[in-house]
Design a protein around this ligand. Structure first.
Ligand SMILES: Nc1ncnc2c1ncn2[C@@H]1O[C@H](COP(=O)(O)OP(=O)(O)OP(=O)(O)O)[C@@H](O)[C@H]1O
Ligand SMILES: [Mg+2]
Length: 389
């Protein structure tokens, strides 16, 4: 049996990647032309995959551009940030590890790095510094790519994933100002900053009183459209010797509201259950499996919510929009109007719901299906399939 053509655990940047043509072009041109770019979207819509894809294209086509991707997910302090940043910049500046050592010595004026290597010099190279020195001269590190670029006649593109994590470093307010002040003067270095906490990212980049306001272009990444999903699903089935009709393939993005991670997941389970030709029956079973597989996460999510927040979600799940109307507040036991507004704000901030125009929606399509089953005892049959037919 061949491997599933659908991927949802890791990022996708080659095989299972679909569409995003306009976004690829825009991000590619921005980064090549020196325009700093921020990417903001809810969780698992494809930010990391998009950046990987574009960086791969740049590596292929522009040899004088050196690219760095750093995932800040587990980088938890300013010191660690600066050491990682310096180490990665040095690493991509040359193919030879002997040169890394020279560069580590030559490109600093005040700072004296401690260099360490593992058994394989290429994989375990890292730099560390005395924290006191580092604090005084952090500019040297923040400006390192510019200095190296000038010397070696190259350019740097530096992509920082989960950038909002920096906001939890002690002393972030000063550090934020420093980063911005140094980076905005650089002519040979371009930054791509993105992350999965949408509201924190927006606060860093969209707030006129913050240093990173207008640091560059902001891309608000959208979901992938239905047409592209349908052809992607049909082709992926065909590629692996299976089949799915267009009308059936269309059900998958429809159920998952075009959410990239979930469309891949539902397509994967459907593919797995299919011998030769997928039908609605396989999709039905696959949906149950998707919900079942994710149930522990949904339970955990619910555990973090207060009773009035859950009640508010019930009102949203029932299609209510006027949440502070007396009738809705009483029926769903939402507390005072103040409670309602506070809870709504929290759920929006945590990307559980979204308020666009005059609708309020769940952001996670499968969580919504699970929620209705759990709290209203609505079977999948009545939630979805009855409505479909
Ligand atoms: N262009 C794409 N084509 C097909 N599938 C995609 C695409 N982009 C994302 N996906 C699907 O969505 C999943 C999540 O993508 P990715 O990790 O890039 O999102 P993210 O926005 O960085 O998520 P997070 O907010 O959790 O960091 C991928 O594993 C894949 O299943
Ligand atoms: Mg990501």
């Amino acid at each position: 049996m061949s491997d599933s053509p659908f991927i949802y655990g890791n990022t996708v940047s080659s095989e299972a990647f679909t569409n995003r043509k306009a976004e690829i072009k825009k991000l590619y041109n921005n980064l090549i032309q020196g325009i700093n770019t921020m990417i903001i979207s809810p969780r698992r819509w494809g930010k990391t995959s998009l950046v990987e894809k574009v960086v791969n294209n740049i590596k292929r086509k522009n040899k004088d551009h050196k690219t760095v991707i750093i995932d800040l997910f587990s980088v938890s302090s300013e010191k660690e940030f600066l050491e990682t940043f310096a180490g990665e910049v040095i690493k991509v500046s040359s193919n030879k590890w002997e040169e890394w050592i020279d560069n580590s010595k030559n490109f600093f004026r005040q700072l004296i790095p401690k260099i360490s290597f593992g058994i394989d010099p290429y994989s375990d190279f890292s730099l560390s510094f005395e924290w006191e020195e580092l604090q005084k001269h952090s500019n040297e590190i923040l400006n390192l790519p510019e200095v190296i670029a000038k010397k070696k006649n190259i350019r740097f593109i530096i992509c920082l994933d989960e950038f909002q994590n920096t906001a939890s470093y002690p002393g972030f307010l000063d550090f934020e100002k420093k980063m911005r002040a140094v980076w905005q003067r650089q002519k040979l270095v371009t930054y791509c900053l993105y992350g999965s906490k949408r509201h924190m990212m927006a606060d860093i980049f969209n707030n006129p009183s913050k240093p990173f306001y207008r640091f560059g272009d902001i891309i608000l990444l959208e979901k992938i459209n239905t047409k592209d999903w349908i052809s992607f699903i049909i082709n992926s089935f065909a590629k692996t010797g299976k089949m799915i009709e267009k009308t059936d393939a269309a059900i998958i993005p429809k159920l998952m509201k075009n959410h990239p991670w979930y469309v891949q997941q539902l397509a994967h389970y459907t593919w797995n259950l299919t011998d030769q030709k997928a039908t609605v029956e396989e999709i039905k079973k696959a949906l149950e499996e998707v919900i079942y597989a994710n149930t522990p996460f949904y339970q955990k999510e619910i555990e973090t919510m207060s009773p009035t927040q859950i009640n508010l979600l019930k009102a949203v799940a029932s299609g209510k929009v006027q949440l502070t109307s007396t009738e809705v507040m009483q029926k769903y036991k939402l507390g005072t109007p103040r409670n309602v507004l506070k809870n709504k704000k929290i759920l929006i901030k945590n990307d559980v719901i979204e308020n666009t125009g005059n609708t309020i929606n769940f952001l996670d399509p499968a969580f919504e299906i699970w929620f209705k089953k759990q709290f209203f005892n609505q079977s999948f049959e009545e939630q979805i399939w009855k409505k479909e037919s």
